[in-house]
Design a protein around this ligand. Structure first.
Ligand code: NOJ
Length: 758
């Protein structure tokens, strides 16, 4: 009896899971210690090299280096037999250490989902999770085991082409999306067949490059970093992301790749990150251009000392690390530590026991890209939820399926422009264009006519840029007037015109910064001519960033933001145009009125002179030639129905450990079923530092039938009131807080409570 009691007490004190974890971590340590003791310096450096086939590095060379133990991971190969072959060769290396098999799985894999700025616009945790989960399922079923995703750089400057890859301007929304990506891609258990290890990027602040110019410097106060820009990386790491990719840009004067404060003090010491830190492509060589390393060898020293473990597209580690160790510049400990990070991750992924995970089917190329491997239904659902209705005068939308529709524009039937950037494993020919989607949806396809209407731009330089490496955008040589006349002819015969305008996908990509965010002149002329027909005019935008659309907003009857929606984009657009899906998307980034307003974002600080209304606002914070407000604010998006939102607080006082429940009653006052995203914003009215006029702290979706009412609840906890105060302590300060609940970030639906000092 006594024995039994002791046993029970023992188990109560030491839960079984922590036994297992301890045993596992002791086994792991012993295994890795033993492995490290057997590895030569070349093999250790090999583990720190991430390489892709290309250029001088032929497949044969890569395979030989793998077998020599000189490569720890490969990326950019997505053909299963090749991956399998590479893993075979790794198992012939001296210590038989399996490879990481990596790829950019950014917004889909074989099936392409909307660009991430679109996915974020769903404001729907299930949809975001579905996109991430399907992407990981498809990538792992091709044999991949690690990805360079999610990209959680906060973006407030649409001049930067990579805003398309992120989740927008807001720390809370971006953190939610990043966390959901990690959970759905990497999963809890790394040995899961469907686990795709995530690499959160680009650490840090890449989205804040000055003037939106690609690869430029970033400079920011530590308060703003910790309060806003660093938050999403931390959220992804807290969600378990086992790898981090470092930004190519500099942070407060020191390139991120060389930034000991960022990579070691913050990431390792403050945040206790124990995964793998990977440099971005070519970043180590670039330290010479940045002016913090004198030559390649020096660049290796600087990167390792800062805290880089793995070199992506490695050129120098193999040659210089052994030399630097011999010279006593780098220590064995430094290299062992970096190598340990890699080996620990490989151990946790179960690669040592199951190196050929998902690599057993030897899929040939045709099978790999086959249509029946796609997840079209999931992609269509996420895509339609990503669409944002920006204007709908006189309820032009939804269209009736027996109307005569003229589908016009350079993007109306361009498969190439459906997928968006970073969709390397997707196939253009499998994508559905808007024209195809519309034709399929209507009762009689003869009611749908089509005209190209205009080139994307008259600028030949742009075409040269887009077609630099690959033919991606075709310039139609016909005179502009001829193309417009053809479009006008179709418009005149139709009941309604739907024009697809915006950007080619290559305009919203890495290294695609713009200074002018308006539609190119060729497209503006087309819209003007279509408007002149007097027919109801709908424009559907396809683009990877907020554009400046003031003129078009005035001209058109309805406006839809459709981003680059991916493989099922055309069907999703048709679903929304015809009302088979009532649009529910909300913008994840403010759309400026002009480039001059940038950066324009909702969560700015107040000033000593808030914008006034008398004397033309003189001597208050304002422009004399423009409103301060963006054309479309963060969180904005219309529906084919209307909603009212009223709410109450459970109390107007909160103790230090208390909470306040916000109950919002939402009513669908229109005649169509629809989804509203209720958004909760808070404002700390008086603190030791100036606090934003409003910050998103929660959102929930509710789907309601016509005239139906429903409730949404939020719980405000003291944790949500914390910020970095005047002494850079993360605390909540007692005092007054404003609460705003509404359908976008401009809501003035305000109530207040007081946080007590007890
Ligand atoms: C460079 C990009 O900056 C990064 O986002 C990407 O993951 C790597 N190349 C690998 O393709």
């Amino acid at each position: 009896m006594m024995k039994k009691i002791i046993l029970v007490l023992f188990f109560l004190a030491f839960p079984i899971s922590s036994f297992a974890e301890n045993a596992n971590s002791e086994d792991k340590k012993a295994f890795i210690d033993d492995l490290l003791s057997k590895m030569t310096i070349t093999e250790k450096v090999g583990q720190l090299r991430l390489v892709s086939v290309g250029g001088n590095l032929t497949l044969d060379k890569v395979l030989d280096q793998i077998e020599a133990g000189e490569i720890g991971g490969i990326f950019n190969t997505v053909v299963e037999p090749d991956l399998s072959n590479m893993q075979d060769r790794a198992l012939k290396s001296p210590n038989k250490i399996p490879l990481f098999l990596g790829f950019d799985v950014i917004h889909g894999h074989r099936t392409v989902f909307p660009i991430n700025l679109g996915i974020a616009s769903t404001w729907d945790r299930n949809a975001i999770g579905k996109a991430a989960q399907v992407s990981a399922d498809e990538a792992t079923s091709d044999g991949l085991n690690i990805t360079w995703s999610p990209m959680v750089d906060i973006t407030r400057d649409p001049r930067w082409g990579r805003v398309s890859e992120g989740f927008g301007e807001d720390p809370y929304l971006t953190s939610e999306a990043g966390r959901i990506f990690v959970k759905n891609m990497q999963k809890q258990i790394l040995t899961d067949n469907k686990s795709l290890v995530t690499t959160v990027k680009h650490f840090a602040l890449y989205g804040a490059v000055e003037a939106g110019r690609e690869y430029n410097s970033t400079d920011m106060s530590e308060r703003k970093m910790f309060q806003e820009y660093l938050v999403p990386y931390k959220a992804a790491i807290d969600a378990g992301s086992r790898a981090v990719m470092v930004s190519l840009a500099s942070v407060n004067g020191i390139p991120a790749t060389a930034n000991h404060w960022l990579l070691t003090d913050v990431l390792r010491h403050q945040w206790h990150f124990d995964g793998v830190v990977i440099s971005d492509h070519g970043a180590i060589r670039e330290l010479i251009n940045h002016g913090v390393a004198s030559d390649p060898k020096d660049a290796v020293r600087v990167a390792i000392k800062a805290g880089i473990d793995v070199s992506m597209n490695d050129e120098y580690f193999l040659k210089y690390i052994p030399e630097l160790i011999n010279e006593g510049v780098l220590t064995d400990d430094e290299i062992n530590q970096a190598c340990r990070h890699v080996l620990e991750l490989k151990y946790d992924m179960g690669l040592f026991t199951n190196p050929h995970r998902n690599l057993d089917r030897q899929l040939d190329i045709d099978t790999m890209f086959a249509n029946n491997r796609l997840h079209r239904e999931e992609a269509r659902d996420v895509a339609r939820r990503s669409i944002v209705l920006l204007k709908n005068k006189n309820k032009v939308l939804p269209l009736a399926k027996n109307q005569k529709i003229a589908v016009i524009g350079p993007l109306a039937d361009s498969k190439r422009d459906m997928l968006g950037s970073w969709s390397g494993a997707g196939r253009v020919n499998l994508a559905v264009t808007p024209l195809e989607g519309i034709q399929k949806a209507v009762k009689n396809p003869n009611l749908v006519s089509y005209a190209f209407g205009a080139n994307l731009s008259d600028d030949q330089q742009l075409y040269k840029f887009l077609n630099l490496y690959d033919m991606t955008a075709k310039y139609d040589e016909r005179p502009a007037d001829t193309m417009i006349a053809e479009a006008v002819k179709q418009a005149n015969k139709a009941d309604v015109v739907v024009a697809f305008v915006g950007e080619a996908e290559g305009m919203a990509h890495e290294s695609s910064s713009r200074t002018d965010l308006s539609l190119p002149a060729s497209q503006k002329r087309l819209i003007k001519a279509l408007k002149a027909t007097g027919k109801p005019l709908v424009i559907a935008l396809m683009n990877g960033r907020p554009l400046t659309l003031t003129e078009e907003f005035e001209q058109v009857d309805a406006m839809l933001e459709t981003w680059f929606l991916g493989t099922e984009g055309g069907n999703a657009i048709a679903d929304v145009l015809f009302g088979d899906y009532n649009p529910s998307g909300k913008l994840a980034m403010s759309f400026p009125m002009s480039v001059g307003q940038i950066p324009v974002y909702y969560s700015h600080l107040n000033t000593g002179r808030p914008k006034g209304t008398v004397n033309m606002g003189k001597y208050t914070t304002s422009y004399f030639d423009s409103p301060n407000e963006p054309l479309f604010p963060f969180g904005f998006g219309l529906s084919y129905t209307n909603f009212t939102i009223n709410y109450s607080l459970s109390s107007n006082e909160m103790t230090k450990n208390g909470e306040i429940v916000v109950t919002a009653t939402v009513e669908n006052i229109g005649d169509k079923q629809g989804t509203q995203t209720v958004q909760l914003y808070l404002q700390d009215v008086t603190a030791t530092v100036s606090r934003p006029v409003k910050e998103l702290m929660g959102f929930e979706n509710i789907n309601l039938k016509p005239h139906e009412k429903g409730e949404v609840k939020f719980v405000i906890k003291p944790e949500m009131l914390k910020f970095w105060n005047d002494k850079m302590q993360y605390v909540a300060e007692p005092g007054k807080f404003n609460v705003f609940v509404g359908s976008d970030s401009t809501t003035q639906n305000k109530q207040s409570f007081t946080l007590l000092d007890k």
